[in-house]
Write a protein that binds this ligand. Sequence first.
Ligand code: PLP
Length: 487
Amino acid sequence: MHKDLISQLETIEKEARKLEMTPDEKEAWTRMITNSGLEMTSRMSNLPAFTASETEVRSLVINENGHTIEAIMSTLEKEVIQPGLNPASGGHMGYIPGGGLYMSALGDYMADITNKYAGIYFAAPGAVAMENMLIEWLVNVFGYPSDATGYLASGGSMANLSAIVTARDAMGINSTNITTHVIYGSAHMHHCLNKAIRIAGLSECPYRNIPLDTHHRMDTRALKSQMELDIHNGLQPFLLIGSAGTTDTGAIDPLHEMANLADDYQCWFHVDAAYGGFFILLPDQKEKFKGIERSHSLVTDPHKGMFLPYGTGVLLVRDGQALRNSHYYMANYMQDAHAHAEETSPADLSPELTKHWRGLRMWLPLMHHGLSPFRACLKEKLLLTQYFREKATLIPHLELGPAPDLSVTYYRYAGSPGSQCDADNLWLTEEIRKDGRVFVSSSKIDGKVCIRLAVLSFRTTQQTIDTLIDILTRKCAELDGMYQQTP
Ligand SMILES: *Cc1c(COP(=O)(O)O)cnc(C)c1O
């Protein structure tokens, strides 16, 4: 043994052990972080939904010996967490709101402390069985057969990408036939699917944008004629993409009729239910989703409809073997792991090998709260959307979009002369943001600028909607006043 080696180890040991932290240090930090978290969640309903402020996070540089707990926490709270959108606030009613259940945060804490290897059954039988149990529950919720499978992804975009890749392989699309196999989507399909098509190497497939009806749902008569025309021209329908809750208007496509057409023309039917999927948990909403159980693959986002913090999406595939065929790979150094195959491992069904144990952040709130509060919250979001529409019709010159299928609806100020309308609605959106108590986002629907309302945060209540109505009433009156004064 080299003396030199031992003395080197002795010299650096003290420094290296610092990463383990002393019990006092751990306790101080844990107290600091949890106090900050508890304080934030207790004030969440009064915190602004949007804060336009400067960020100077780079003032705290990466150095050799670190910084004080006070300096770090101050930078984190004031310069990192505060500026911009506050997605955990109930006032977030733009895009598709998030939420962030406290129980999930505790789940993440345990997942990180134990660092269970949730990709492989052999390494973490409990963690993998937990994730598989959640998938089995969802397979049942969406009415898929019991041999369907899936996995917990990091979000809807990644889950959609995996679905498109699975469809590509299952339908045998390759360099010899790609230009004759058609993909059908719509203008309100989420753009992550356009991205997925490109990433999956399917840009050369002919792509058809199927028109929407007056409720912004896919027009299945137009779809049928397009499919027939394509077949007549020697092409083959390959992939039909439907939405169960579009981002723009919350519309659910006629899934049952689309499933019929997919059957008739032997094409893969994928449903993107990232936003709307969990509304299927409400018995009085189930009918709207009729046909989703006949799709070949579907995506839903627990970090939307189950109010989890960001980082959890779900992919389900009816033919479990098809998902496995596209994602399974055997490596020599993994041979020990594969000898124990009592349960399916996420690594065999997804692109990820090492992954976050994201099942715990979904399992823990489900186990603690049970389903009932989730159903109540989802129902509440639908009722609040209706409540908003009833109040908004009383505001002069505020025009509402069609009655929505779920909890996204749109409106616009329509009292402006001529071409001024789009600019006024952008101004209105900006004014709501400046107020800061609530956050909404605008979009362009049928070529016109509209403001959206998306109710999905578990923290959004009647009071939140009243705040928005109050701002809208005042700002619309301001616009009205301006136009009365300038003839
Ligand atoms: C949010 C959303 C997506 C994308 O999911 P991410 O979780 O943001 O990656 C896809 N489709 C729809 C309908 C969505 O609302």
